[in-house]
Design a protein around this ligand. Structure first.
Ligand code: ADP
Ligand code: MG
Length: 224
């Protein structure tokens, strides 16, 4: 098994002195490639901070994060941005789609940063929409789609650059139970068929039966 993520002695402290918050405290963790992991814990337990550190959106105060062969925690701002574009897909609770663009255009826009030519972008964007079951909806804009469909577009966009890791923060948080189940099934399927490692932060009990492993965070520490 390839190790996708290796976290060593990770700390993230916000602020200084008396008011300092230890958002992550001495985390150690290895995740194999192709795993679908849930990151659970109450609000304030450090889930978002961990995802942000993994995706290079935030910098650890100390410790080391290696994703595949890249030491993300030691990269310059510029290197981390380039690495992120190629290797990381993000999915958020509020979908983060551009409202004036169609499903297809939202994905195609993302693909422009990869330097792919027009035809390759078109093919990739359509194939990603088909993977999430939205082929026939490619010309619809976000307001013409349901919450679940919008999240599918966001997932199609996240897999468009063929990332090695997908970071999904509360990605089922806005969805009703049935729709959440559909999205969880889709993540499960993507982890298997694309061999992508997926980390989903959530407090949803539904996730347990869909993921390979549940990681419980409490006050910035892994408790199980
Ligand atoms: P979760 O996503 O599990 O709700 P967070 O990672 O957002 O948890 O927050 C973990 C802790 O870090 C909380 O105590 C929160 O208040 C604090 N925190 C998060 N971001 C910041 C920030 N930018 N500045 C100061 N404190 C922060
Ligand atoms: Mg959060």
């Amino acid at each position: 098994m390839t190790t996708a993520v290796n976290i060593e002695n990770l700390n993230r402290v916000y602020g200084r002195g008396e008011t300092a918050v230890n958002a992550l405290q001495n985390l150690n963790l290895k995740i194999d490639a192709g795993q679908f992991m849930a990151l659970k814990g109450r609000s304030g337990s450090g889930k978002t901070t961990l995802l942000n550190c993994l995706g290079g959106l935030d910098k650890p105060t100390s410790g080391k994060i290696t994703i595949y062969d890249q030491v993300v925690s030691e990269m310059s701002e510029r290197d981390v941005t380039n690495w992120r574009k190629k290797e990381v897909g993000f999915v958020f609770q509020a979908f983060g789609l551009l409202p004036s663009l169609s499903a297809y255009e939202n994905i195609e826009l993302m693909l422009r940063i990869t330097g792919l030519g027009y035809r390759a972008r078109r093919e990739r964007a359509m194939s990603c929409l088909e993977k999430v079951g939205l082929g026939p909806w490619s010309t619809h804009r976000p307001f013409e789609l349901s919450g679940g469909q919008n999240q599918r577009v966001a997932i199609a966009r996240a897999i468009a650059n063929e990332p090695k890791i997908i970071l999904a923060d509360e990605a089922t948080g806005e969805l009703d139970t049935n729709t959440a189940v559909e999205i969880l099934t889709l993540f499960q399927q993507i982890a298997k068929t694309e061999n992508v490692t997926i980390l989903l932060a959530t407090h949803d009990h539904l996730v347990d039966e869909f993921v390979d492993e549940v990681l419980q965070l409490q006050d910035g520490k892994i408790v199980s």
